[in-house]
Design a protein around this ligand. Structure first.
Ligand SMILES: O=c1ccn([C@@H]2O[C@H](COP(=O)(O)OP(=O)(O)O[C@H]3O[C@H](CO)[C@@H](O)[C@H](O)[C@H]3O)[C@@H](O)[C@H]2O)c(=O)[nH]1
Ligand SMILES: [Mn+2]
Length: 743
């Protein structure tokens, strides 16, 4: 407990962005004006008019979500030096890492993340690292084994020389040579580099050869495969003496999986981690990271605890989320997925509301909040009866006891813990049947039913009235890898769009949260902003089709007289304004343009497919799955200058079909117009004008990577089958459009 009289452990400051408010409002006024104009003047009750009205109304709503979210940005400053004075004893923190596939998530990446966690600047006996492996991979287990041996040298080295980047692959990457005169350091540095290279060679093995390498340890992995195996929990390293400068416990967990039994993807893995750690260390705080997100600021636990242990924060703040940032990124953000501007404005905007969304990784949670406690319950403590505990948390007596402890803020003392004894019970709570009929995934833990368990879990917490904080120390807390190819970016975005819609069409919909629960109104609008990742693609696709339709049928949907100034002004102001934001953040014009064009490409392909996927799910035709994002080590120095780095790539996936179709449609429309194949005979006032043509050309420019893809082969080309499907859809569209006017 923090001393209530001490100085605040963190303070909040507000940005002054008056110019931004003026521009945001100006665009909103223009959008409303456009809607007004449409209703008053271009009102011809035609289909294009109606579709345009709906799309533009949606764009206006989207803009309201956006400006409300970024209206009052804030940031916080943490004071870790005050922390030690204000608490008697630092609390324990459990560290969770999830991995699920040793091919898409190479073992070397996972162990680097683990090593960076083991080397955190925090008393080691207060930390315990749990790695959940949903792939049940002996390779990951073997690599962790080897990594824990290396850690015995690595962790003291980092602490002795106060190394900042404690993931060895980044520390020893080829831009980072040892250039010091300190001979002792040089020697140790070289030795460490050698040890690390040795480690990476050792784990770079054929997974099939692992059994012989692990011998008796391997017995548990025999006859297992990733979808059919019992729970495996192995203590790889135990800090038996509970030494402050030793190594934290390191525990490997692969929860039980059986064919056809739902396992709820990452959320399921997180719940097993929560239960298993509850039995072993039961720390009041839990940090969770994805396997690629290593620690970039070794002091981060202290910063996060400033928020969570502050006398005010303790009562109000449920979790401290650090931004997702990326290392060794491609220059100028060619895939528009580095999210720098997003965090800067929308992240800060959320920080000024009820709080940042939970992002699935880089987040410090309070265990009791994950166990379902609301701010009102805090004073009361654990008021659950045994029956309720059993109903919510399952039948394990040991677990119920540990939950009771957590809810009452009573922590285990070091002597309570016998890691090996707890493992037996842990295997029980990691079995697939354990959750059956309990509250896991519904009332407590990470929430089920969506591909974006992070947003839903955060929403459930905010709905109870908790707040959250964005923790942005310098240097930044964690960095990970951003996808560097077209298909991976699309798959990731499609999953997000799908997940948002799954939440929206469930009983967890933020609308109910605002009406019946304690979601503040503007936080609700912020959640709508992110839910819109699933809806706005539909409006965008309709608009794009509408443009082509008008050109093909020689009709119009945009104003012809002075009214044309309204959309022109919206477009112009928006472009200049976003460009300014990029330049002011030190980003390039190219980065701005890449993001502009990707904000047309990604939603219209991945987002639109996400929408269709959810539609199919709602109709009961198919179910949604979590496609894991491929993680790659950053390219070496030579490959980085490869001229193809950052070029858009494609694969056979249907996710590229909407974009291909839209491009072909625009090309066909322009062709029809240029060669005069449009139907004639309408009065000039009703004909398709320049404006429709310009939008169509703009879309083609945005789709430049696809246009190139039409003529390329290999991974840079759009597969012929996708082109054929796109062409067929285009023909159907053109024929149907013509029908509407002749018929
Ligand atoms: O069945 C599964 C599937 C995934 N994971 C893990 O979940 C994490 C996130 O998966 P990833 O493929 O890296 O997804 P991203 O798109 O990079 O993840 C973002 O979006 C996810 C929600 O869609 C969040 O869970 C993540 O934290 C957030 O970083 C990884 O560590 C995986 O190993 C599992 O443990 N079990
Ligand atoms: Mn990721």
């Amino acid at each position: 407990m923090a001393n209530p009289n001490s100085l605040p452990l963190y303070e909040k400051y507000w940005y002054k962005h008056n110019y931004k408010r003026v521009l945001d409002s100006l665009i909103l006024i223009l959008l409303l004006l456009l809607l007004g104009y449409r209703v008053m003047y271009v009102n011809n009750y035609s289909i294009p008019w109606f579709i345009a009205l709906i799309c533009e109304t949606w764009f206006t709503l989207s803009w309201i979500f956006t400006i409300s979210t970024q209206w009052s940005p804030a940031f916080i400053k943490t004071n870790p030096d005050r922390l030690l004075q204000s608490v008697q004893e630092l609390p324990a923190v459990d560290l969770f890492v999830t991995t699920a596939d040793d091919e898409l998530e190479p073992a070397i990446i996972t162990i680097n993340t683990v090593l960076s966690l083991l080397a955190l600047d925090y008393p080691s006996h207060k930390l315990a690292c749990y790695v959940s492996d949903d792939g049940c991979s002996p390779l990951i287990f073997y690599a962790l084994h080897k990594a824990s041996k290396f850690a015995k040298h690595w962790v003291p080295f980092c602490k002795k020389y106060n190394v900042q980047i404690r993931a060895p692959f980044r520390y020893f990457c080829d831009d980072n040579d040892c250039t010091t005169n300190d001979e002792e350091f040089r020697q140790e540095w070289l030795q460490m580099k050698d040890l690390y290279e040795n480690l990476s060679h050792k784990i770079d093995v054929d997974p099939k050869s692992i059994p012989s390498l692990l011998e008796e340890e391997f017995a548990v992995f025999s006859n297992t495969n990733r979808t059919n195996h019992p729970a495996i929990i192995k203590v790889i390293w135990e800090n038996k003496e509970m030494a402050e400068d030793g190594l934290p416990h390191l525990i490997y967990i692969s929860r039980e999986k059986r064919p056809k039994q739902p396992h709820h993807f990452k959320a399921g893995a997180m719940n097993v981690l929560t239960r298993v750690s509850g039995l072993i260390t039961n720390a009041p705080f839990m940090l969770n990271v994805d396997c690629d997100m290593f620690v970039n600021n070794p002091n981060i636990v202290m910063h996060a605890l400033c928020i969570l242990l502050d006398s005010k924060g303790e009562k109000e703040v449920a979790f401290a989320q650090c931004p997702q940032q990326f290392y060794a990124t491609l220059k100028d953000d060619p895939f528009g997925n580095q999210m720098a501007i997003l965090y800067k404005y929308l992240g800060a905007g959320l920080a000024g509301l009820q709080g940042i969304f939970y992002g699935g990784t880089n987040c410090f949670h309070r265990r009791k909040v994950i166990y379902g406690l609301s701010p009102d319950d805090v004073e009361k403590g654990n008021n659950l009866s045994e029956v309720e505990l059993k109903q919510k948390f399952g039948t394990s007596k040991e677990l119920m006891k540990s939950v009771g402890h957590a809810l009452e803020d009573r922590t285990y003392s070091a002597s309570d813990i016998s890691v090996n004894k707890a493992v037996e019970e842990a295997i029980h709570v990691a079995s697939y049947g354990y959750e059956y009929g309990t509250g896991w995934g519904k009332q407590v833990g990470w929430m089920y039913g969506t591909m974006t368990e992070d947003i839903l879990t955060g929403l459930t917490i905010h709905k109870k009235g908790w707040r959250s904080e964005l923790c942005t120390p310098d240097p930044i807390a964690f960095t990970g890898c951003a996808p560097i190819d077209g298909p991976t970016c699309m798959a990731q975005h499609k999953r997000w769009a799908t997940g948002m819609l799954e939440i929206f069409f469930s009983k967890h919909c933020p609308v109910f949260g605002a009406i019946f629960d304690k979601l503040s109104f503007r936080q609700f609008l912020a959640y709508m902003w992110i839910m819109n990742w699933g809806f706005s693609p539909v409006a965008q696709v309709c608009y794009a089709c509408l443009v082509a339709y008008c050109i093909i049928t020689n009709s119009y949907f945009l104003p012809k007289d002075w009214g044309m100034y309204i959309p022109t002004a919206i477009f112009g102001i928006y472009k200049v304004y976003t460009l300014y934001e990029y330049l002011a953040s030190g980003l390039s014009i190219k980065a701005w343009w890449n993001n502009q064009r990707m904000s047309r490409i990604t939603p219209m392909n991945a987002g639109f497919c996400g929408f269709i996927t959810v539609l199919l799910k709602l109709l009961g035709i198919s179910n949604t799955v979590f496609d894991i994002t491929k993680k790659e080590l950053p390219p070496s120095r030579d490959d980085r200058h490869d001229k193809n780095a950052g070029r858009y790539t494609f694969n056979e996936s249907l996710v590229f079909l909407p974009g291909t179709t839209i491009l072909l449609l625009q090309l066909t429309a322009i062709f029809i117009k240029l060669f005069g194949f449009q139907p004639q005979g309408l009065s000039r006032n009703y004909e398709c004008g320049l404006a429709e043509m310009l939008i169509s050309v703009y879309l083609i420019i945005c789709y430049w990577p696809f246009l190139r893809g039409l003529f390329e082969t290999g991974k840079f080309g759009i597969p012929l089958s996708t082109i054929c499907k796109g062409a067929t859809l285009t023909c159907i569209f053109v024929c149907l459009s013509r029908r509407t006017i002749s018929g």
